[in-house]
Design a protein around this ligand. Structure first.
Ligand code: SF4
Length: 62
């Protein structure tokens, strides 16, 4: 799972939904992914974050 930084508009939605995985980068004004692999117990939250990402920038979650 990763964020397409061409699409991310930095609205922090993913960060609010799942701060364990998505961190908002104040300097770049986009969110970054903190983990290489999404832990199983966070998969649902990451899925929700991807659904709430308006530009569809969170990709790779089946
Ligand atoms: S929800 Fe999508 S657009 Fe918003 S900060 Fe996260 S990746 Fe970027």
């Amino acid at each position: 799972m990763k964020i397409d930084y061409d699409l991310c508009m930095g609205d922090r939605n993913c960060n609010k939904v799942c701060p364990e995985v998505f961190k908002y980068d104040e300097d770049q004004m986009i969110s970054i992914v903190l983990v290489d692999e999404v832990p199983q117990h966070l998969e649902e939250l990451v899925k929700k974050a991807a659904e709430e990402c308006a530009p569809g920038a969170i990709i790779g979650e089946e």
